[in-house]
Design a protein around this ligand. Structure first.
Ligand code: NAD
Length: 510
């Protein structure tokens, strides 16, 4: 496996890093096993408390220098990083695929997202626009401008082990912030590889230590960041359960958080749908990354008049799916991340059966040589009642619940009647239906698509969702404002001191 060497992920003493410097403290060991074949890929040291505090100091020092660089100069560093990622797209995609289990095409797609956000950040580094505002006072100028925040703590989930970090880091850096990344304990080596790449580029540009840091470990180590008032912003991606804890702890110290949490995404398939769009959108959405995307299609809300034809087309499409080694391009679906995820998948199927759910495409765990890691499951489809309790939960696995509706209003009600609010879609050629779906009466999600599926967002838009998805927005559009603080300034260039609201404050001859 040449890519492991290329990416330097099997060296000794990896774990905590402030850039070029890797801390060598021998702490407990985090072993990373591939879900594809259960082989040990490599080990990292978890971060010690002393190293964490040393890292924070380095990051604070690094910030003082980094914030003084003109933003376009910071952008130039990010541009160079994007170029390096282009060169390393294949090996890094292979590592993502091997450590996380998603198909190689999706692993490479994840690296492409890193490249795209670098490009976006470079352009943004010449913008970061403020506003000028008309002052009510004579000879005054008023404007808003944006300042760097400081340390940004990035906590990421296993399912996007590199892209989500880059959405945060590339934008935070051009904004003048420094980053401390705690990756998922299930994908520590992806972070090690990325840190090596970043360190090399940063060295060439003379970027100070502490601008890109990584710590390693479980939620306890993540909670050091969360509770630390020296960390200005916590950007946390993961389960809603995690977000509820993190959001509360950050708000207790009146810090800022940006939460990107669980989704429970649906596609409405109307009787006016083009099924040549609907079927591939639903299948890719449901089985891509083995159902482990936050934007995975978990529910299909199908007009009753076309339910039979849609489900029979889905059965046919599912029968063509190939499940196996994600590094082998012939397979569409790889393994789940670990055996605990397989357990959760089986439990959800059981729960749905208890509610009267019926298999349209049967599920189960795959066995045999090729599947000896025990993490490969069959993508399945279950017909449930539109009020099913289990279908309101996000089960991070390739289970697709299908249900029927009669009117567009009912379909939207079903779609919205879950605690999460990330992604949603309607497949229809009926203009009024799609406009209703996109109106104030329509989808309550952060993402609402027409004639495409729920997954596969582009970096140019702001990404995130409502309700239990956490409300955060990352990536494109004006999400950069999360990484800066707004300052409102009024300058008096006249010779008098008029007060706003016409207030008079006469000091006589003073
Ligand atoms: P998870 O919540 O188990 O862990 C995510 C990260 O949070 C890990 O790094 C973990 O160590 C850390 N963490 C957990 N509890 C913590 C705590 N109390 N304090 C500090 N850190 C803590 O999630 P996961 O299983 O890795 O990822 C799957 C989940 O992530 C799904 O729910 C998925 O929908 C969600 N997700 C959401 C988005 C999004 O943009 N909305 C993107 C990717 C994944």
């Amino acid at each position: 496996m040449e890519f492991l060497k290329t990416l330097q992920v099997q060296e000794q003493n990896m774990g905590t890093s402030s850039g070029a410097h890797w801390f060598n403290t021998e702490t407990s060991i985090l072993s990373s096993f591939s879900p594809t074949d259960n082989r040990l890929i490599g080990k990292v040291y978890t971060t010690s408390e002393a190293d964490y505090h040393a890292l924070i100091k380095t990051a604070q020092e690094g910030f003082k220098v980094w914030r003084s660089w003109p933003a376009p100069k910071r952008g130039e560093v990010v541009r160079h990083l994007g170029e390096k990622l282009r060169i390393l797209k294949k090996p890094l995609g292979q590592l993502v695929s091997y450590e996380m289990g998603k198909s190689l095409a999706e692993g490479m797609g994840e690296v492409q997202e890193m490249i795209d956000i670098c490009d976006f950040a470079v352009g943004l580094s010449r913008q970061l626009y403020g506003l000028t505002i008309q002052s009510e006072r004579q000879d005054h100028r008023m404007y808003e401008h944006w300042q760097p925040l400081g340390i940004v703590g990035i906590i990421s989930a296993f399912n996007f082990p590199v892209a989500v970090w880059s959405w945060n880091a590339a934008i935070a850096w051009i904004c003048g912030d420094v980053c401390i990344w705690k990756p998922s304990e299930k994908t520590p080596l992806c972070a090690v590889a990325v840190q090596h790449i970043v360190a090399e580029i940063f060295k060439e540009h003379g970027v100070p230590e502490g601008v890109s840091c990584t710590i390693q470990g479980n939620r306890e180590i993540g909670s050091w960041l969360v509770k630390d008032e020296k960390v200005a912003l916590i950007s946390a991606t993961g389960s809603t359960a995690m977000g509820k804890i993190v959001g509360k702890l950050v708000s207790e110290r009146l810090g800022r958080s940006l939460l990107e949490l669980g989704g429970n995404n649906a596609i409405i398939i109307s009787q006016h749908a083009d099924l040549n769009l609907a079927i591939p959108a639903a299948v890719f959405g449901a089985v891509g990354t083995a159902g482990q995307r936050c934007t995975t299609t978990r529910r299909l809300i199908i007009h009753s008049s076309i339910f039979d034809i849609v489900t029979s087309k889905l059965q046919k499409a599912y029968s063509q799916l190939k499940i196996g080694d994600p590094l082998d391009a012939q397979y569409h679906v790889g393994p789940l991340i670990d055996k605990a995820a397989v357990d959760t998948y089986l439990k959800a199927i059981e729960a749905s059966k208890k509610e009267g759910g019926v298999f349209i495409v049967e599920g189960g765990v795959l066995s045999g040589n090729q599947y000896e890691s025990g993490c490969y499951v069959k993508p399945c489809i279950i017909k449930v009642h539109s009020d099913s309790t289990i279908a309101k939960h996000e089960t991070f696995a390739p289970i697709l619940y299908v249900m029927t509706y009669e009117t567009i209003e009912e379909a939207i009600d079903i779609q919205n009647n879950v605690p999460q609010g990330l992604s949603s879609a309607i497949i229809t050629n009926h203009l009024k239906e799609s406009e209703i779906f996109l109106s104030y009466k329509g989808s309550d999600c952060g993402i609402a698509n027409v004639n495409i599926g729920t997954s596969g967002a582009e970096i140019g838009g702001a990404f995130g969702g409502e309700k239990e998805t956490g409300g955060g927005r990352e990536s494109g559009s004006d999400a950069w404002k999360n990484y800066m603080r707004r300052q409102t300034t009024t300058i008096n260039w006249g010779n008098n001191l008029p007060l706003s609201q016409g207030i008079k404050f006469d000091l006589g001859n003073a």
